[in-house]
Design a protein around this ligand. Structure first.
Ligand code: CP
Ligand code: NVA
Length: 308
């Protein structure tokens, strides 16, 4: 069976734990080396990852490329607009061709159905580099980051402030699988898809939705936010106004636990979802979080290719 990574549940708790442990081990083992040097075992030597971008990216693009280099392999990029996908070649035919030419596919796209279709027709692993529904690779890096900073995932309290979007969906999915709790602070009209919370609750996590940002933040170990306007969404003044009470300020951080950590997947819109004093402050882990995209995705690639 080809191992696709469209959502965190495709891997499951045990494999996620193994990936996080492997990421920490590999990250430690290569400390101090130039970033493009391969790990000593070069486990994906000769392997090529095809990356398809139908939306913009900085971190996902660079981190997957660096991940492949560090695993001894390489990557290539297809831009949605300049490949034949942009002229109407089907996802199914693209998947079949790339499966003959490359060892794995990473795709960033809009509708989640597109990545499901790609996985259906591909005979090599398909990895989700963000869809409108979810961003599982980001949350692998987030979990790696909080663990590195001394927060055990089981029982930890996460608070989300802002839009009920793709990143929140993957956090809630992770909560169920890795046994932590999430308080989702979202203004009315911008709720996440309830299916993620229902699945996490069925696995024993406490996932609550509140309209009160202070209630969401109180007692949290981790405070997370993201842009109020995701790629592909309209920049509506009405939405920004509704989000404003959920801005992560120093005052809101003070409601969380004293040692609470701040996460943001980036890119940030400083002065909108978060103020400079928080994102640049002592509780912010954003640069480790960004770097950890490389380390976490190396393990995702190894898992998908059956090496973990
Ligand atoms: N966090 C993240 O996925 O960043 P990019 O959009 O730059 O890839
Ligand atoms: N929610 C954001 C995440 C960007 C990495 C978006 O989809 O644009």
């Amino acid at each position: 069976m080809t191992r696709h990574f469209l959502n965190l549940s495709d891997a499951g708790s045990e494999a996620i734990e193994a990936m996080l442990n492997d990421a920490t081990r590999r990250k430690t083992a290569r400390l101090g080396q130039p970033k493009g040097v391969a790990d000593s075992d070069a486990p994906l030597s000769g392997h090529v990852l095809a990356m398809i971008f139908e939306k913009n990216s900085t971190r996902t693009r660079v981190s997957f490329d660096m991940a492949m280099r560090q695993l001894g392999g390489s990557s290539l990029i297809l831009d949605g607009g300049t490949s034949q996908l942009g002229r109407g070649e089907t996802i199914a035919d693209t998947a079949r061709v790339l499966s003959r030419m490359c060892d794995a596919i990473m795709i960033r796209t809009s509708d989640h159905e597109k990545i499901e279709e790609m996985a259906h027709y591909a005979t090599v692993p398909v990895i989700n580099g963000l869809t409108d529904l979810s961003h599982p690779c980001q949350i692998m890096a987030d979990m790696l980051t909080v663990r590195e900073h001394g927060v055990a995932l089981p029982g930890s309290q996460w608070a989300w402030l802002g839009d009920g979007n793709n990143v929140l969906h993957s956090i809630v999915e992770a909560a169920g699988l890795m046994h932590f709790d999430v308080r989702m602070g979202c203004p009315e009209g911008y709720d996440p898809d309830p299916a993620f919370a229902e699945a996490a609750r069925a696995l024993g996590s406490t996932v609550t939705l509140t309209r009160d940002p202070v209630e969401a933040a109180q007692g949290a170990d981790i405070i997370v936010t993201d842009t109020w306007v995701s790629m592909g969404q309209a920049h509506a003044e009405e939405k920004l106004a509704a989000m404003m009470p959920f801005q992560v300020t120093e005052g809101l951080m003070a409601q969380a636990n004293k040692d609470a950590k701040f996460l943001h997947c980036l890119p940030a819109h400083r002065g909108e979802e978060v103020v400079d004093a928080v994102i640049d402050g002592p509780q912010s882990l954003i640069w480790d979080e960004a770097e950890n995209r490389i380390h976490a995705q190396k393990s995702v690639l190894l898992w998908a290719l059956g090496r973990l």
